[in-house]
Design a protein around this ligand. Structure first.
Ligand SMILES: [Zn+2]
Ligand SMILES: [Zn+2]
Length: 359
C-alpha cells in the first residue's frame, strides 16, 4: 500500500465505523419509537374516542379487482360505543387497523350476499378478533340464509389453525369457544318488507332486499341510531326497494360500476384476445348500478349525502374519477363523495350535521 493511501483507508474505516454507530443509534431510536407505538396502539380506543352518533368508515371501497386505493367491500359503522362491519372483503382487518379500529373491538358483521369479494376477509378478521381479545364468544355473523354455510366453511378451514393456537397459547388466552363466527340467519325479506336483524342499545338494523340477480339472496341494510341513519346498498342494480328503505336517510352508501369505463375494459380485453375478461366485463353491467343510477336513487330517496363505494372498475389514472362521476351532479343535487379506503363520514347525535372527515 502506498503511504499516500493510508489517510484514505483511515477515512474509509472511520466512515464505516460512524455508519455502524449511526445504524445502532438509529436502530435503538427506531425500537424506542416502535415500543411507544405498540403501547399506544394497544391502549388506544378509536371507537370510544368518537362522539356519540353514527360514524361510517370505508374499510374497503372497491370491488373484486385489485386496486391500491380501494380494497374489496367493507364498511365499518360505529353506533355509540359499538363497532360493526358490513361485509368484510380482502384487506378488511388491515384497513380497520389503518384507521385505528382494533379487530377485537368488532361486535358483529352483517353480510349483504355471498359473492367472494364481500367475504374474502372474514377469516383474517375473526382470527385477529379472537386472538387479540381472548374472546370466548364467537363473532356474530348476521345475514340472509346461507350465512350459516359461510360460518361453517370458515370454521372448517381454520380448524387446524385454531388447534395450534390453543395448544401454543393456552385456553385462557385463546378460549376455543371464541374462534370463528356464530351465524345469525334471516329469511330474505320480500319487496317492501324490512326485517329488523338487530335492535340493541338504541341501534336498529333493518335488512331489505336488493336487485342483484342471479345472486339471491342479496340485501342492503339501514342503520338507525340516535336520530341519525345510514343505508348501505350492498350489490344492486338500481332498486326501487332500496329507495323505499333509504327514504330520508342522512347518508346513502351506494355501490356503482361505471358502464363507460367497463366498456373500455371490455374493448381492451377484446383487443388483447382475452375473451374471458371481455365477457365478464360485459356480463357484470346488468346486476350493478351505474353512478348515475345511484345518484337517481339518492335523489328519489332524498338522502342527505351520497357516498360511492364498491367502485368498479379501479381508477388508477387521474382523470378517471371525473369519467366515473359523469352525470352524477345532474341526477342528484346533494353532496357526493367518491369513496376510497379510509373515507369516513360522521353523523353526530342530536344534530343534522354530516361531516366528511376524509375523502
Ligand atoms: Zn361485489
Ligand atoms: Zn355481488
Amino acid at each position: 500500500m502506498d503511504r499516500s493511501e493510508v489517510p484514505r483507508v483511515r477515512f474509509r474505516l472511520l466512515f464505516v465505523l460512524m455508519a455502524a454507530l449511526l445504524a445502532v443509534a438509529c436502530g435503538r431510536t427506531a425500537m424506542r419509537v416502535m415500543s411507544r407505538a405498540v403501547e399506544s396502539n394497544l391502549r388506544a380506543d378509536a371507537v370510544g374516542a368518537l362522539p356519540d352518533g353514527l360514524h361510517v368508515t370505508l374499510c374497503g371501497a372497491g370491488g373484486p379487482l385489485p386496486d391500491p386505493k380501494r380494497s374489496a367491500p367493507c364498511t365499518a359503522i360505529v353506533a355509540g360505543d359499538r363497532l360493526f362491519l358490513v361485509d368484510a372483503g380482502s384487506g378488511a382487518a388491515r384497513n380497520l387497523a389503518a384507521v385505528g379500529y382494533q379487530a377485537p373491538r368488532v361486535d358483529g358483521v352483517f353480510l349483504t350476499h355471498f359473492h367472494s369479494d364481500h367475504i374474502d376477509g372474514l377469516g383474517e378478521l375473526a382470527l385477529l378478533r379472537w386472538t387479540g381479545g381472548s374472546h370466548a364468544d364467537k363473532l356474530p355473523l348476521y345475514g340472509p340464509e346461507g350465512v350459516a354455510e359461510i360460518a361453517e366453511g370458515l370454521a372448517h378451514a381454520y380448524r387446524l389453525d385454531s388447534t395450534y393456537r390453543v395448544a401454543h397459547h393456552g385456553e385462557a388466552t385463546v378460549p376455543p369457544s371464541g374462534s370463528g363466527y356464530r351465524a345469525v340467519s334471516f329469511a330474505e325479506p320480500s319487496e317492501g318488507e324490512g326485517t329488523v336483524v338487530l335492535d340493541e342499545n338504541g341501534l336498529r338494523v333493518t335488512m331489505f332486499r336488493v336487485e342483484h340477480r342471479p345472486v339471491s339472496p342479496a340485501v342492503g341494510y339501514r342503520f338507525d341510531y340516535a336520530g341519525r341513519s345510514v343505508v348501505l346498498s350492498g350489490d344492486t342494480a338500481r332498486s326501487a326497494n332500496l329507495e323505499r328503505f333509504a327514504a330520508g336517510a342522512d347518508l346513502l352508501v351506494h355501490e356503482a360500476l361505471s358502464p363507460t369505463l367497463m366498456g373500455v375494459v371490455e374493448e381492451a380485453a377484446g383487443r388483447a384476445g382475452n375473451e374471458t375478461m371481455r365477457k365478464i366485463a360485459h356480463d357484470v353491467l346488468d346486476y350493478h348500478a351505474s353512478p348515475v343510477d345511484a345518484a337517481r336513487s339518492a335523489a328519489a330517496a332524498e338522502v342527505g349525502h351520497l357516498l360511492f363505494y364498491h367502485v368498479v372498475p379501479p381508477l388508477p389514472v387521474p382523470g378517471l374519477a371525473g369519467v366515473y362521476l359523469d352525470g352524477v351532479s345532474e341526477a342528484y343535487a346533494g353532496p357526493v363523495t367518491l369513496g376510497r379506503d379510509g373515507t369516513a363520514i360522521s353523523l353526530p347525535a342530536g344534530s343534522r350535521e354530516i361531516r366528511v372527515l376524509e375523502d
